[in-house]
Write a protein that binds this ligand. Structure first.
Ligand code: HAM
Length: 415
């Protein structure tokens, strides 16, 4: 019997995982500077939370959720995204009772039953942020700036911000009528997906990749915005301009989740096959109340980490030295071997990244291992050195070699 991973899942192995750790480290560091604090919510939640939160007519809820009944007869779903769970946690733990704005971030796996391809998986990872408790458009801009900073600081080039306003539910209802009036005469020309979307969610029709040619004269939601929506949208743009964050307005941008109001945005870049969206988010002023909380507005994004890592590879981005041990200890003979067991433990407790041989291999084989592991130093211990209480320390970059007392090896390497 041979087991294989399920379609759309991945093993992230040593050699690749260092990129992940680097990217996640950057995300945490940037969140610290923007004063977003981490929240960890469960990997599964009640199915109803996502039906209500994400929206009954979205692709996610209609066909992509991993839903199961547990032994207690509850309908549970592996989280397809992070926002609904974070908002549930915000309400359940009464974080709205705190005097300051709630600014949260998360990094973790999400699950969607999608057709797997490069950049699209069934288990994938998001870095997301949610700021809950303020309507200020400066906060929308801050969230966009945070995401943009993440991409630039990990070293990606060519990341674009696309921005739109999807207005309030009332604005959208009015726009829906205008849009349907425009689409109706073209119905027969549109693809099957669009025809069915016209019934359920006509705004998403404009997002269709194949039918763009029919939409050149489509009405723009931006012409349907009311005064409040327009002022909010203008301030988001003004704040982005103040921070020198480049953006483009795309009035056809609609997101795949139902909770958005006002600002909707996506981060885009070329290089992962047919996929160009690498992150997305927006404002959700009704969501907290929709899932039973107080009337608190929010704004956030989700950034796909697989897509970030794929782009780093595609752009051959040089990352800082991620692997490479500090020292490889070579032992020659039984007594030296015992001593190395002791010394290597001391080095490791002193913060030095050290490795050794466990198979009594010849010196040449051990030195090859040191090379493969990218050791900065090798330290060679034979019986003669051991008798003198010394070890031969060699710096690999320069080839310089000298004897040092075993008792000061940790100090020497720490320098
Ligand atoms: P989303 O657009 O559904 O938004 O997902 C955000 C990002 O997650 C996508 O841009 C993409 O990078 C990544 N992603 C989504 N599905 C997959 C997949 N199957 N495989 C690989 N990557 C994927 C949300 O999830 C919202 N919760 C974002 C948000 C937070 N809005 C407000 N706050």
């Amino acid at each position: 019997m041979k087991f294989q991973k399920s379609p759309g899942t991945q093993d992230i192995l040593p050699g690749a995982v260092e990129r992940w750790q680097y990217v996640e480290g950057k995300a945490r560091d940037i969140c610290r500077r923007f004063n977003f604090r981490e929240i960890r919510t469960p990997m599964f939640e009640s199915t109803e939370l996502f039906q209500r939160g994400v929206g009954e007519t979205t692709d996610i809820v209609e066909k992509e959720m991993y839903t199961f009944t547990d032994r207690g007869d509850r309908s549970l779903t592996l989280r397809p995204e992070g926002t609904a769970g974070v908002v549930r946690g915000y309400v359940e733990n009464k974080l709205f009772g705190e005097p300051d704005l709630t600014k949260l971030y998360y990094i973790g796996p999400m699950f969607r039953y999608e057709r797997a391809q490069a950049g699209r998986y069934r288990q994938f990872h998001q870095f997301g942020v949610e700021a809950i408790g303020a309507v200020d458009a400066a906060l929308d801009a801050e969230v966009i700036a945070l995401g943009y900073t993440f991409y630039t600081e990990v070293g990606l080039k060519g990341v674009r911000v696309e921005l739109n306003s999807v207005g309030t539910p009332a604005v959208r209802a009015a726009f829906r009528e205008r849009l349907l009036a425009f689409l109706e005469p073209k119905r027969e020309l549109l693809c099957k997906d669009c025809q069915s979307r016209m019934e359920r969610n006509p705004l998403r029709v404009l997002d269709c990749k194949t039918d763009q040619a029919h939409f050149t004269d489509a009405p723009s939601i931006l012409d349907s915005l009311d005064e409040e929506c327009r002022i909010h949208f203008e301030k988001v743009q003004a704040c982005l301009t103040d921070m020198d964050i480049p953006y483009e307005i795309n009035h056809r941008l609609v997101r795949g989740l139902d909770y958005y109001t006002h600002t909707a945005f996506e981060f885009k870049a070329e290089g992962i096959g047919a996929i160009d969206t690498i992150g997305g988010g927006g404002r959700y002023n009704g969501l907290v109340a929709d899932i039973g909380g107080p009337d608190q507005p929010g704004v956030g994004f989700g950034i796909g980490l697989e897509r970030t890592v794929l782009l780093l590879e595609h752009q051959q981005t040089e990352l800082p030295e991620l692997h490479g041990i500090d020292v490889y200890l070579v032992a020659l003979g039984e007594a030296a071997d015992r001593e190395v067991s002791k010394v290597i433990y001391q080095l490791r407790t002193r913060g030095i990244r050290a490795e050794r041989d466990y198979q009594s291999r010849k010196m040449k084989a051990q030195l090859k291992s040191a090379d493969r592991l990218g050791a900065k130093f090798t330290a060679i211990l034979g019986d003669d050195e051991l008798a003198r209480g010394e070890i031969a320390l060699k710096e690999m970059a320069t080839g310089d070699q000298r004897m040092v007392a075993i008792s000061v090896l940790a100090d020497e390497l720490s320098k």
